[in-house]
Each structure stands twice: as C-alpha cells, then as structure tokens.
Design a protein around this ligand. Structure first.
Ligand code: SF4
Ligand code: SF4
Length: 389
C-alpha cells in the first residue's frame, strides 16, 4: 500500500460513484463542499450535501444573449458549461458587513465585523475559473499592499492558491468535456488545460460501455482526501485521453480574442467611432461586470433602522456601468454609456496589464451569454481592430 505522499503527481481511475464519497470526505474533514446545482432554470454554485445535488443529466445552450438548460441524453455529472455564478461570490460575497454601531443611551458602541473563516472546498473548478481565482487573489494582494489594509477577507485569501493553509479553498478542478459557443479560453491561454493550482483534477469519461472519472492528484491534501477512494491504477491511454479531450475542447472554440499589444491597442482607439455603436446597443445594466469572475469593484453603503438605534456599514459589489460609480464633487466623470463601456473594456483588456500584470479576461464568455442585448467583447474588439477611426 503506497503512502499518502506517494499519490501526489499520479493519475487514477475511480468509479463515477466517487463524487458522493468526495463530498462526504470533504465534509468530514471540516470543509463546506460547494459546487454546481440546478437552481430554477440555471446552474449555480451552491453548498452540496451529496452527489444527488449535482445537476446530473443536464446540459446547456449558450450564445450571445442566450443561456438555456437542456436535458442531455446521457447521465453526465458535468455535461454543462459555466453558469452566471463564479467562485467570486464565495471568495468575496456580494454584501458584507464592515461594522455595526448600537446606541447605548447617549453614546454609540461600535462593533467591527469579524470575517468568519470558512473552510471551503470548490468542486468542479474549470481551468479558466482557476485563472480567474488567481487574478482575484492578485488584485486583492495588490490592493492590500497599496492601502496597507487589514481587510480580513482579503488576507485570508492571500498567497498562492496551491499553498496548503486551512483557510484556502480546497480546489477540485474539472477538465471540460465540451465548450460553449461563448467560450474562448484557448485564445487567451487560460484553458482548457490545467497547468497547476488545484488539489485534484477530475476528468469525466462517459461512453457507451462505461462511466468513470480520471483523478489527477496534485497536492498532499489532495492525496489525503483521495486516499479514502478506491483508486484503480490508470492505463497509459488515460493520460492520452485527457490530452485528446482538452485538445478537442480547445479546437471547438469558435470565438477568439487576440490583441498583441493591448495597452497600445486601446490607447490608439479611444476616439474610435465603434464606441458609439456599442453605446447605442448597451443598456448599461451592469450584468457583464456582475457575472465576470474577475470584476472586483465594490462600494460602501450605510444603513440605519427606523428607531435610529442601530447603524451599519456594508460593502457591496458595484459596477463601472453605474452612473454613481464615477461620481465625484460636481457630477459623474463618465456620464455617457459610451464612456462607461469604453472604461470597462479598456481596463479589462488593456490597463489591467499595467495594474496587475495580466489581462482581466479569462475567456469564460459569461459577459457574452448574460448580456441582454448580446454584446460580444470578442466581436467588438474585431471591429475596433478594423480602423482607428
Ligand atoms: S470579460 Fe467576459 S469573457 Fe472575460 S472573464 Fe469577464 S465575463 Fe469572462
Ligand atoms: S454590455 Fe451588455 S451586459 Fe454589459 S452593461 Fe451593456 S447591456 Fe449590460
């Protein structure tokens, strides 16, 4: 019998029933297991109690302005693509209490909010999502260093995802078995193949005769959890199968985003007439920023109860598409939809490089599917490429 650390770096076959055991083992180990669940007419990332909660047998159809769940003809556990939710809702909740003040007679007693450190395990993280998690961590680290902030939510998530620490999420990656029409991770080099950064990576294999998973064990804590499973030694073709599946997903992506010198590209196109064309369609609804796994802007709001006995300060997600977002003394800096869309795209794809050392886009395609009017950043960049004016 191999020791737990001998399992690291190896690939095994496991039966499709392993998912139930995986969720149970993670829960027994003190993790909250989080993964895809069918909620209403979409797949969302929620707490999983058992493998029964996974959206088995469901797939989806996505395109610009379109997301629809469809029944599959098979019993695949992960036969769908990304939904509107991303892991950021668990890493950086959309509302969080900063402090609360209670009136005590003539004075106020202020309580700082304490971030509850949760041991979370994310099940079914795709390669582009892992890239987004790393970007979110980098953004928070840069912000923390710049502001010397003691935001406990950020500090709990600092450092590399792969470093073993109790408060860092346990990551179970998943190799995609198909691409949505909106995916373009291959062209921005964030997927579909995993480089590193997960504890375990699953590949679902489903054919006429068989249904099983390949499990690649990448860290010691991944090995400790997997040592509870009945691991069957993989055969040489199993790793080749993973490579073939990843290549097939990559080749099937029809959308692409290629910008060779993004900062320069956008700085030479700030007055391009195409911004007006996008603005004529854009509703400034902010959907694209809310579904984007890397958008991180937040605002602060103060509330009080009707008796004026309790006051609270909350942080909540905000969007550069909101008029108030750039409000300073005298009005909003970006009063037109044109300027707000331009700000989003030029920051996301251009100046993000200067600020954080990478693009802010991982090619997940959510902003395309969830834009109510089907604005597609890959198409908009193509138009912007055509002429400078
Ligand atoms: S900009 Fe769009 S495609 Fe890129 S990461 Fe954000 S939501 Fe995904
Ligand atoms: S691009 Fe689409 S999703 Fe984004 S603000 Fe405009 S209409 Fe809304």
């Amino acid at each position: 019998m191999s020791s737990v650390s001998d399992l690291v770096g190896r690939c095994f076959r496991v039966s499709s029933d392993v998912l139930g055991l995986l969720i149970r083992t993670l829960r027994d180990d003190g993790y909250i297991a989080i993964g895809p669940r069918k909620v209403g007419e979409s797949i969302q990332l929620e707490v999983l109690d058992s493998a029964e909660d996974l959206p088995r047998g469901w797939g989806d159809q996505q395109d610009a302005g379109t997301y629809r769940l469809v029944r599959r003809s098979d019993a695949a556990y992960f036969g769908f693509n990304l939904g509107a939710d991303s892991w950021k809702k668990w890493l950086d909740p959309n509302r969080k209490l900063l402090w609360r003040a209670k009136r005590e007679g003539e004075s106020w007693e202020v309580e700082q909010a304490h971030t509850q450190v949760r041991r979370m395990a994310f099940i079914g993280v795709r390669a582009c999502e892992l890239a987004a998690i790393k970007i979110q961590l980098r953004v928070r680290e840069v912000s923390r260093l710049q502001s010397n902030s003691t935001d406990t939510n950020s500090s709990a998530l600092s450092a590399e995802v792969s470093v073993e620490a109790p408060e860092e999420p346990f990551l179970v990656g998943l190799n995609c078995s198909q691409a949505a029409a909106t995916c373009f991770c291959a062209s921005v080099h964030t997927g579909p193949a995993f480089a590193s950064g997960c504890d375990l990576v699953l590949t679902e294999v489903l054919n006429d005769d068989d249904h099983y998973f390949l499990i690649q064990i990448l860290t010691k804590r991944g090995a400790r959890i997997s040592s509870q499973f009945e691991l069957q030694t993989s055969i040489a073709d199993d790793l080749a199968h993973i490579d073939r599946q990843v290549a097939q997903v990559s080749d099937s992506q029809s959308r692409q985003l290629n910008i060779s010198n993004p900062v320069d590209f956008f700085s030479r196109r700030l007055e391009h007439s195409h911004w007006d064309d996008v603005a004529a369609r854009c509703l400034s609804c902010a959907n694209c920023t809310l579904v984007c796994p890397t958008c991180f802007c937040s605002t602060v709001e103060d509330t009080s109860d009707v008796q004026n006995a309790v006051a609270e300060r909350w942080s909540r997600w905000d969007s550069c598409f909101n008029l108030d977002f750039s409000f300073i003394h005298g009005g909003s800096l970006r009063s037109s939809t044109r300027s707000r869309y331009r700000q989003w795209l030029t920051h996301k794809l251009g100046t993000w490089h200067e600020q954080f050392g990478s693009s802010g886009c991982v090619g997940c395609g959510r902003c395309i599917a969830w834009c109510p009017v089907g604005i597609d950043l890959t198409a908009e960049v193509k138009y912007l490429s055509q002429a400078t004016r």
